[in-house]
Design a protein around this ligand. Structure first.
Ligand code: ADP
Ligand code: DP6
Ligand code: CO
Length: 318
């Protein structure tokens, strides 16, 4: 057995969102979801056994609260047999808890690292199931390019798979409005959103949108991808505003970027938005348009930071 194992996984951004659970303990979602893995944003995680009394987490060189990772490791001990305490060292090349999917890249990287440390068979479906237990969106970060997480109905049937392992020319421009830690975690936010009277309708529509999205990706039809993704994401945020304890991840700056992107589309550019559990906006476009659009965005929002992200690869060992 190796002494220390290091793995890397990239974040992914959902084009069809996961936003609600039928089983909170197991992270079984109310909808199937589809994402693109992003090349420039990732987590690198090393694990080793320790004689310490508890699991520990060092994140970006600082000691962190280890309760979430420890709960995850306890789940793994239940699945694969007891093993010693683990020391985790992790680097996020993505803002933590800001709606840029750090939980996806980090639990996918931790899963891969633990599979290496425990010498488990590197079965993609099994790794996806285990990553899902840490954070639902992590189930998709095992894979490169496009992944679909079929919602399933229990632990065994709920896992992601590669949908289309090709670059269809899609680009995302990430508008970093704030890299501050969010007040409302994704876990809590989606639980509240499920109390919206319109939530059932959003879930139903999502199944239709998923089928259309798969078609659009296979046809490399970026306009169709963008239109569906935008509608699905804005619908998700509507649930937050309509639920019993309303909340909103948008800031006024978020809304301004959304409005400006819609104007760019009206003016003839491929430009659409998707937004996760945070204020940051991802602008969907294609490789041919990304630079023109970036120039326009920088001119309109000189105070913001923008990064161009293209599709990234599957998890890997370093
Ligand atoms: P995000 O939008 O970044 O995915 P979430 O609310 O879904 O935000 O998850 C953020 C949480 O994920 C953090 O508070 C922390 O518990 C966990 N996390 C993020 N990065 C790491 C890491 N590298 N190692 C362990 N846990 C992490
Ligand atoms: C808006 O996977 O972070 O990014 O399973 O509770 O850890 P937990 O939630 P998380 O939720 C992600 C929500 C989203 C949409 C998505 O990635 O599909
Ligand atoms: Co998350």
């Amino acid at each position: 057995m190796k002494n220390i194992v290091t793995a890397r996984a990239h974040t992914n951004i959902a084009l069809i969102k996961y936003w609600g659970k039928t089983d909170i303990a197991l992270n079984i979602p109310t909808t199937s979801s589809l994402s693109m893995t992003l090349e420039p944003f990732y987590t690198t995680t090393s694990v080793e056994f320790t004689d310490n009394e508890s699991d520990s987490l060092i994140l970006n060189s600082a000691m962190e609260d280890s309760s979430r990772v420890s709960k995850f490791l306890e789940m793994m001990r239940g699945q694969y047999g007891n093993f010693p305490k683990v020391m985790i060292q992790s680097e996020n090349h993505v803002p933590t808890a800001a709606g840029l999917a750090s939980s996806a890249s980090s639990f996918a990287a931790l899963t891969a690292a633990m599979f290496g440390l425990l010498d488990l068979e590197k079965d993609d479906s099994e790794m996806s199931r285990i990553a899902r237990r840490g954070s639902g969106s992590a189930s998709r970060s095992i894979f490169g390019n496009f992944a679909v997480w079929n919602k399933g109905e229990n632990h065994q049937s709920s896992f992601a798979e590669s949908f289309y392992n090709k670059d269809i020319g899609l680009s995302m421009i990430v508008a970093e409005i704030s890299s501050e830690k969010k007040k409302m975690s994704s876990t809590k936010g989606m639980q509240l959103a499920q109390t919206a009277p319109t939530y059932g309708a959003w879930v139903e529509k999502s199944a239709i949108q998923l089928a259309e999205m798969k078609q659009a990706i296979l046809q490399a039809d970026i306009e169709k991808v963008g239109l569906i993704a935008q509608d699905n994401a804005l619908g998700m945020h509507e649930q937050n505003r309509l639920c019993l304890e309303p909340f909103d991840y948008f800031t006024s700056e978020t809304q301004r970027v959304v409005d400006f992107t819609k104007e760019c589309y009206k003016a003839g550019l491929l430009a659409f938005v998707t937004i996760d559990a945070g204020p940051n906006v991802k602008i969907i476009t294609d490789h041919a348009t990304e630079k023109i659009l970036l120039t326009k965005l920088k001119a309109e929002f000189p105070e913001l930071t923008f990064d161009i992200a293209r599709a990234g690869g599957a998890y890997e060992y370093l």
